[in-house]
Ligand binder design. Structure first.
Ligand SMILES: [Zn+2]
Length: 181
């Protein structure tokens, strides 16, 4: 397997990839009743949440606390394109992001995947196995990402329905293209 990532550094630099993701967030329709013209710009909610996940914060609270840090402020504005550095509080972030159609968050994935495809980087992952040629190998795994005996949303899976120990959960399955070599 050859790695030729350096050849594509211009288009596929982390800075550009983040920019592409942020452009997708700019397209999400504002779900606030009056669009809050003087409030926090709508795309700042998704961009801040993405920055929080990307910077691997272990909680929304610690992200909230760190916002005053000049380095984080600088990165939020320059790297994650959070307009005027206005980051919502954790409660506000949940309120605004929860009702957004998950389809909107598929778009950045598709965008990045098509960039990788267009730059022919998937070629590096093709492999032959017996009579099979030009195959890709995808490793998948499932995990739980939410569980509660009290809180639920409309999309929750329900365990022990109707019983005293009724509980709510979400699972996810993630896939990753890998190469046997
Ligand atoms: Zn739920």
């Amino acid at each position: 397997m050859t790695t030729a990532l350096h050849k594509y550094s211009k288009h596929l630099s982390i800075k550009n990839l983040i920019l592409e993701i942020c452009k997708c967030f700019d397209q999400i329709p504002d779900n606030r009743p009056n669009n809050c013209s003087n409030g926090i710009p709508f795309s700042n909610f998704a961009k801040s949440a993405f920055a929080m996940m990307h910077q691997k914060y272990d909680s929304m609270l610690s992200f909230d606390t760190d916002q005053a840090e000049p380095v984080l402020q600088h990165n939020l504005e320059t790297l994650y394109h959070v307009k005027d550095g206005r980051v919502p509080s954790d409660t506000h972030m949940r309120e605004i992001l929860d009702p957004i159609d998950p389809v909107e968050f598929r778009k950045p994935f598709k965008k990045l995947f098509s960039l990788i495809q267009r730059n022919k980087l998937l070629k590096n992952f093709e492999f032959k196995c017996g009579n099979l040629k030009d195959c890709y190998l995808m490793a998948v795994d499932g995990t739980g990402l939410f569980y509660s005996g009290e809180c639920r949303c409309n999309e929750c899976c329900v365990k022990n329905e109707g019983k005293s120990n009724e509980s709510y959960y979400h699972n996810l399955m993630g896939g990753c293209i890998v190469h046997p070599g």
